[in-house]
Design a protein around this ligand. Structure first.
Ligand code: DG2
Length: 246
């Protein structure tokens, strides 16, 4: 018995296109991002992969991506579960800032530490400031962060994984998770047992389904899973890695 999991990073957002740190800021998909999401669904359909349930974050770029992809895959009718624990990493005071400008201002080392280190969060966002979510009603009563490193994301994502996603997998459902670059990096780190150092080198492209077959212990049958369009994924992974370079 194996289980099937589809991970899908949302299509390009308006702020991905503008090279801005996004985090919990609720920006829409760009036109290209909408196309990527539809194509993601077409890839699923052509591979005969039919999600039975979808989990998303509370952010419209993941929600829209799930809707568009499932529509192209003729699976628009499946149950959906949404939770802030699948949100993007909170990027703290970097939210709304240009990645290249931050790199120029603070240098390569700090830029990469904030972006890809496992346990160093960026500076916290000021509560009440333009890109803070502290009064957003969708998070009322939740222990929401003012900044996060990947370790924080993993720790807040895992209870949702264990309590909501694992039961769906164990029920034999094909589970799709439509989420974000860093919340998906946290899931992949957990699944593949990637070390704290090595996870820095892992990037997730927008809009290309990554399919995992998992064994009875929920270990990947093939480490790293399989991108449905491996060539496009390789190019897009490189582009994510290069973000912020002049
Ligand atoms: C991006 C990831 O998140 O940025 O918050 O800027 O996946 O929601 O577009 P997403 C952001 P990097 O960590 O790759 O810089």
């Amino acid at each position: 018995m194996t289980y099937k999991l589809v991970l899908l990073r949302h299509g390009q957002s308006d702020w991905n296109a503008k090279n801005l740190f996004t985090g919990w800021v609720d920006v829409p998909l760009s036109d290209l991002g909408q196309q990527e999401a539809r194509r993601g669904g077409e890839l699923l359909k052509s591979e005969g992969i039919a999600p039975d349930v979808v989990h998303t974050s509370l952010l419209r770029r993941a929600i829209m991506t799930a809707n568009l992809a499932l529509d192209s895959a003729d699976r628009h009718w499946i149950p959906v579960k949404r939770n802030w624990r699948l949100n993007e990493r909170h990027y703290g005071a970097l939210q709304g800032k240009n990645k290249t400008q931050i790199r120029d201002e603070y240098g390569d080392e700090l830029f990469m530490e904030w972006r890809r280190s496992y346990d160093v969060p960026p500076p916290a966002i000021e509560l009440g400031s333009e890109f803070s979510q502290d009064t957003d009603p969708r998070y009322a009563g939740e222990p929401i962060p003012a900044t996060e490193c990947l370790k924080d994301v993993l720790e807040r994502m895992l209870p949702y994984w264990e309590n909501e996603i694992v039961p769906d997998l164990k029920a034999g459902k094909t589970v799709m998770v439509a989420a974000h670059g860093n919340s998906l990096r946290a899931i992949v780190k957990h699944l593949d047992g990637i070390s704290d150092d090595e996870i820095a080198g892992l990037n997730i492209p927008t809009g290309i389904p990554l399919v995992y077959e998992l064994d009875e212990d929920l270990k990947p049958v093939k480490a790293g899973g399989t991108y449905l369009d491996p060539e496009a994924a390789a190019a897009a992974i490189q582009a994510v890695a290069n973000q912020g370079k002049a």
